[in-house]
Design a protein around this ligand. Structure first.
Ligand code: SF4
Length: 161
């Protein structure tokens, strides 16, 4: 997996102060996407051991609420195994922090992926320019949903945060 950036005190991509991993690779190609440079899965640089150490060191701060996976799309098919490995590692190392993930896939297409239950919040759906709304919290267009994963899995229906 390649990535573009690790931001370490981010307030715009989930609740609290967060570490955000911006991965490479997205096949949704939404019109007026803010990060088209992240579409190419070979863009950016390899997410190697050094990057992983940097990520987990940044997370190991008491004031950090948790990790957010963004991109690109963390659930781009070739990113999934690596992202779910990192999710599992985060869950084990920091059981009191939370995990957010942004994806262009709809909840219905991803809610049975192995390991999805370890994520706390999924902001999902493609960005639709015609539905752009700057007043919605955490997402860019009104079709996108910010989903409480554990409650949604428990109830068998979408529960928003
Ligand atoms: S899913 Fe996100 S990163 Fe991918 S094209 Fe759409 S807005 Fe851009």
């Amino acid at each position: 997996m390649n990535y573009h950036n690790i931001t370490k005190e981010d307030m715009l991509n989930g609740e609290g102060l967060r570490v955000v991993l911006w991965v490479a690779g997205c096949n949704h190609h939404c019109k007026n996407c803010q990060n088209p440079e992240t579409w190419d899965e070979n863009g950016g640089i390899p997410f190697d051991e050094e990057a992983e150490n940097e990520l987990f060191e940044a997370l190991d701060k008491s004031y950090i609420s948790g990790i957010t996976f963004s991109g690109g799309d963390p659930l781009f098919p070739n990113n999934r195994s690596e992202v779910f490995r990192l999710i599992k590692k985060h869950r084990e190392k920091f059981p009191n922090k939370n995990i957010w993930l942004y994806t262009g896939y709809l909840w219905e297409a991803i809610n049975n992926l192995e390991g999805i239950e370890d994520i706390d919040v999924i902001a999902e759906g493609e960005f639709i320019d015609e539905l752009k709304d700057n007043n919605i919290h955490w997402v860019g267009s009104s079709n996108q949903r910010v989903i409480n994963v554990k409650e949604s899995l428990k109830k068998g229906e979408v529960v928003l945060i």
